[in-house]
Structure formats: structure tokens, C-alpha cells
Unconditional design. Sequence first.
Length: 534
Amino acid sequence: MMSRTALLRLSNVCLPAPLLVGCTWAFAVLVTVAVPDASAEETQRIGLLEAVRHTLQHNPNVKLSQFDVEASRGALQQESGSFDTVSAVSGEVSREYTILTSVEREQAGIDDYDTDGTTLSAGLSRYLRTGQTVSVEASVSRLADDISYPTTPNAGAVQFALLQPLLKGRGRDAAAANESQAEKQLAASRYDLQRSIAEQIAATVAAYWDYHASQRVLETLKQSEQRAERRLEDTKALVASGEIPQTDIEQSAADLAARAARRVKAEAAVFAARQALGIAIGIPNDSFSTLGETTNSFPTLETKDLPSKAQIASFLATCFSQRSDLHAAELRAEAAQIVLAATKNNELPQLDLTIGAGYSALDEGSPLGRLRTALSEDSSGPNLLASLTYSFPVENNTAQGLRVQAEALLAQRKILVEELQRQIRSDVATAFATIEGNFFSYQQSQAAVRAFERSLENETTKQRMGLSSILLVQQVEDQLTSAILDNIQAARDYAVAIISLRLASELLPVAEEPHYQLSLNDLITLPPTLAQQQ
């Protein structure tokens, strides 16, 4: 933001006139060389709404927040993958040679035999968000050897199973905690994007008003320099006619040089403000110099624009509902609460009940084609299974440590929410105070400008008549310039306070790309809720 120093309010320094002339003109030359001449390139005038639209399209901070949303969406998809259906298929072929004993050799009539084994299995399993794991598996196998031929057994089996956690891991709060907190994080990142958009809009608007103010300051100092040039010419004429002393020429020349130096510094300030606006918009550096004059003036100041204390209090009570960063902080606190509930469940013993049911089948015959009918021929069942398993680490340090971390995280998130609420109230109250203060400052400085303009005209006339000194004229000139700069500063601060209030209450009607909806009134007027109350 521009300060009074940035508005080129220079202190009065008493130096000998020749030295002052030499120093100020040397300074003017140096600054003129140092500051690039934007007029060498074609410039285009820029409006406030145009600058904001450029920001929404090109600002890197907005793009970074958009990628944060994509990253959060990927994290949620990753956590949801825990509940994907998993398929498994396996096959095994083996051959094993067995040497027979002497007795077996006499009985079988062979020295050894080989056993060919074939096993195929396929299954599906899925971990449910309620904590259970369901699975189904079908398998067929056969063992063929020289002894059992031709009655090779082809066995088949189908098994259904359900694993039900009874303590640790039971229920959605435990099983789906990571996915639930990832959903909260995704929603929070979307609010972060909205807040980033609002902040970049406000930053661009402030940079635009700084740029506009710097142009107004430059124009003011140019006019002051032009008046000093006319005074110097008038002084030379009066000295030539013998009406005033020769020393007044030196004083007028020194005054002109000082005002020229101020003007050159103002040109440097315009360059710096242009650079800042280019950064805020997000355009390439080599395009900064194409930013020309601003087309929008400061918002109009009227007494009716000032809200009453009752209206401010009512507005403060409702401003939380619009703040995206507050919604994001609350969602992250909810995510921390979900994690804490899961860590508490994780401290429980692992007690799992498994139940299963299935059937077996058998088809005899050596051809491999018998494997296809192994699940349907000569079936029997049902086969039933029930098991109970228990495990628990004696010290349980890991689970307890995770729970302590989750409690600390939740406490931090709650503190952040409370602190953000306090900050929002302060920001809104400060914006209102700034609006009111700069409204009256603008009125007073405007009255001062009119008074000093009349005073300067009177003193100039008196100086030409020999009834006033050149020093008094220059003093009034300084007072007029100071009043104009104060007026510009107050108008600039009022304009920035408007957008600061809208940022603090986040009453900037924007949607996600590409449906940005914004009007000029959204940037230069009080929020509509206040306007409706008035």
C-alpha cells in the first residue's frame, strides 16, 4: 500500500540556492536514466474490471490453489481405493518323482513313478466401509500318477467367507475414517481456492488503486512544476523591471529544480506501481510496460455510504457465513475429529469373527478336460467354518501414540478456527473504521485544496505587485501540493478499504472457473447487505 512517503511528501531542507539547484537537477537526470521509458512501447489503457479478469485467468496463486484441489481429489480417490473389489487368479503345475522301495517295486512292477499336479483358483474379495471383509473363491486341482491311473481325482471347492471385526476396526467410523477425512480435506481445498481467488482479486484492486494514485500524484507534481516554471519567468520579468531583487531568481530556480526532482521521483513511483500491478495480474514481465493509464477513477464518497453503528454490528454478526477460509478451517477440524475417533478405536483389541460356507466336488478321470466339471460333479456339502481370533499388543504404544497426536491436532484445529473468527471480526471492524476515517479525511483535504488554491492565487498576485515574497508563494504552493496529495491518499485509502471490507466479509460473488461472475460495483461499493440495510 502507498504511504505518505510513497506519495512523495518531501521534507523541507535548507540548502544554499546554487547547491540546491545543482543537486536537484543531477538527481532528476539520474532518476530519468534509471527509470525505463514506457512511452517507447505501445501502451493500452486498463480498467479495473479488466485487470481483475486478467488476474483470474493468469495469476499463478490462483492456479496453485486449483492444483491443490486436484491433489486433494487424488488423495480422496487413493483412500477410496481401499474399498475396491480385488480379484485374484492363480495357477500351478508341478511334477514330482517318487522312488519306490523294493517291496513296492515288486508289487507295482515299476522302479519309480511321477505325480503330475495341476491347481487353478480364482476369487474376489472386498473390504467394506463398515469394516467387514467378504470373499469368494473357487478352486480345482488334480493329481495324476502312474499308480492311480486311470482313476485320477479332479477335486473342486467353492468357499464363501465373511470376516467381521468385533472390536478394533468395527464400523464406518473406524474402517472409512481415512476416506471420510479425505472428503473433508477436498471440500476444504475448494474453499481454499475460493479464498485464494478473493485474496488475489483484492490484491489486484489495491495494486490498481496504487497505480491510479501514482498517476494522480505525478500529474499533481507536474502541475506544481509548471506553476514553478511560470513563477520563474514572472520573477525574471519583475527583476528585469527592477521591482524585486535579483536573489528571487535564484530562489525561484532552486524551487523549480526541487519540484522537477519530485516529479522525476513520481515517475519512478509510477513505474514501480505499474510493475506491482503487472505482478498482481500475473502477466509476463515483458508485458508490464504495455500497461497504460487507468480508466477508472476512485469511488465516489458520499455521506449516505457510511453505515451506522447498528448496521455495522449486524453485519459483523453475519460475516462469518461467507468466509471460505473459515469454512475450510472448520472442515479441517471436522477431519481431525474423524481421525481422533479412528485412533480411539485403534486402541481396542483385535477380535475378529470369521464365518464361511461352501461345498466340495469330485470328478474322476485322467483327461485334463475333467477339471472343467470338477466343480459340478459328485458335489457334497455344505462345508461350514467359524473361527474367532484375538490379538492385542501388551503395551499398545503405537495406538496410544497415534491417539495423542490426533488429540493434539484436533486441539490445534479448534484454536485456528477460534483465532480466525477473532481475526475476521477485527478485519471487518478495521475496514469500517478506515472507510469512515478516510471519508472525513477526503472531505477535509478537499476543502483544504480549495482554500490553498485561492491562497496561492492571492499570494501570486501580491508577489507580482511586490506585496509578498517569493518564499511565501512557494510555501503556499507546498501547502497546496500537500493538500492535493492528502486528498489523493484519502481517496485511495477509501477505495482500498472498500475492497478490504469485501475481502474481510468475502462478499465477492465469484464462482469456480470458468464461470467467474463479477461486476464493477462488486469492487467499488459497499457490500449489498449494507446497502439494503441503509
